[in-house]
Ligand binder design. Sequence first.
Ligand SMILES: [Zn+2]
Length: 128
Amino acid sequence: MSRNLPYSSTTIKIIWKIMNGQMPCVFQELTGLYCPGCGGTRALKALLKGDVITSILYHPLILYVVFVAVLFAFSYLIYAKTKNPKFRLHFDNKYAYIGIGIIVINFVIKNYYLMFEATDLLQTLPPV
Ligand SMILES: [Zn+2]
């Protein structure tokens, strides 16, 4: 009686990438499609280098999250200085819905190009 090996070629490929200092996307390795977060790390790296356009192209959610965080920080600073509650923003679901919308649109566009236009958009961007 033979047993199947517990590791598929995909598993070996993922382990090989990790051992070589890469951060593979398990979703992409299994399906060939981008996951909703693909490009996020590169977007953050580009943003930290000050390359806003490349960051947006890799994943627009990163800039959105940073923008909302800075907006809330300034709001709180102004509120702390003035004690006027009208300057204090309160988190509500619209910020999350906008973020989810950005993720869905990004996911659809990148995978549309991958599946129907044979264009891997993330590979066309400059490396960060
Ligand atoms: Zn991914």
